[in-house]
Design a protein around this ligand. Structure first.
Ligand code: GDP
Ligand code: ZN
Length: 312
């Protein structure tokens, strides 16, 4: 039988089949891990083949199907072991608010670059639009233009006034979705508006985490009544850290990636190199300054990683 892992406690995995049955499964002692080495062999979102144990409701996982993508968290201790938080994510919804709290372009761009690195499609939801006056509406449109012009879908929503909630539901139908954003942007309120029965569960989890139990990074996946799943990843505002290689950062900024073959040098970092197509586009106003600044910031972080690695 095949199913999707919706919860993991470390030794038992909840596996949900297509007809909605949930079986508690374990993995055999000698289980071959496919792909990357991680502290957890199976993650929430994994599609697995399992067999029911004779005369029991419980099952044994036989195989993990290849992951389309996954997000990881690296442990901060010296071993730097990788923990897979969740896999097979179809859409990441990044909830953005322009004020209360303010979501900066730096935060958005870092999230988008990381999502690109993980091959996860991101849609930006601009929440709390009910609080915006005419001036804020204009500001928001300018803000959204930065992202729509480079291919990211942006949607105005209001979780409390239920603006465009159905539109988001249509996008989530039959997909595995993840919600991210700063604390206070309205994630819980939005999830509640999308699927009222989920509210309690997600609240309970985030409260647990506010009590400082940050050691558990288990995600959980909830089926949606209208089809699809929502992944709740406690404690993460964005994704785990990606170790960007500085020559790869360009690839995670679609508008820079599109220009990179026009730069004179194929290893151009778009700093001060001659005949750089990115710098030219920037001067002509074809690339957003805030996006370029975010690019520079990720690049400098890579330098730090690089220096640390070299001098350790
Ligand atoms: P979370 O930390 O991202 O889960 O944010 P919450 O869902 O707890 O929301 C934080 C605050 O923002 C709460 O007081 C919500 O009532 C409020 N809020 C959420 N969405 C909206 C919205 O669309 N409009 C307005 N005016 N307030 C909202
Ligand atoms: Zn260049």
């Amino acid at each position: 039988m095949n199913g999707i892992v919706t919860k993991s406690t470390g030794s038992w995995y909840s596996v949900r089949t297509e007809d909605g049955e949930v079986h508690q499964c374990r993995i055999p002692g000698k289980f071959r891990m496919k792909g990357i080495k991680s502290t957890n062999p199976i993650a929430v979102g994994d599609v697995v083949t399992f067999e029911l144990e004779p005369k029991k409701e419980t099952g044994v996982v036989k195989e993990i199907h290849e992951r389309r993508n996954f997000i990881v968290r690296k442990s901060v201790n010296l071993s730097k072991q990788t923990h897979i938080i969740a896999s097979n994510i179809d859409i990441a919804f990044l909830i953005v608010t322009l004020h209360n709290p303010e979501t900066t372009t730096t935060f958005i761009d870092r999230f988008l670059a990381t999502a690109e690195a993980y091959s996860i499609k991101t849609i930006l939801l601009f929440n709390k639009v009910d609080t915006h006056d005419e001036e804020m509406d204009e500001y928001r449109e300018a803000f959204k233009y930065i992202y729509t012009s480079i291919g990211y879908e942006c949607i105005d929503v209001s979780a409390t006034e239920k603006i465009n909630i159905n539109l988001v539901k249509v996008l989530m139908k039959d997909k595995v979705s993840l919600f991210a954003g700063h604390s206070g942007v309205g994630k819980s309120t939005l999830v509640n508006a999308l699927e009222p029965t989920l509210d309690l569960k997600t609240k309970a989890i985030s409260e647990q985490h506010q009590q400082g139990q940050h050691t558990t990074t288990f995600a959980e996946m909830y089926p949606l009544s209208f089809g699809g799943y929502i992944i709740d990843t406690p404690g993460i505002r964005g994704f785990g850290v990606v170790d960007f290689d500085k020559y790869q950062v360009t690839d995670y900024f679609p508008e820079l990636f599109a220009l990179k073959s026009d730069c004179k040098f194929n290893n151009c970092l778009h700093l001060n190199e001659p005949k750089c197509a990115v710098k030219e586009a920037l001067e002509e106003g074809k690339i957003s300054e805030t996006r370029y600044e975010s690019y520079l910031q990720l690049l400098s972080e890579d330098e730090e990683h690089y220096r640390q690695d070299v001098f350790k």
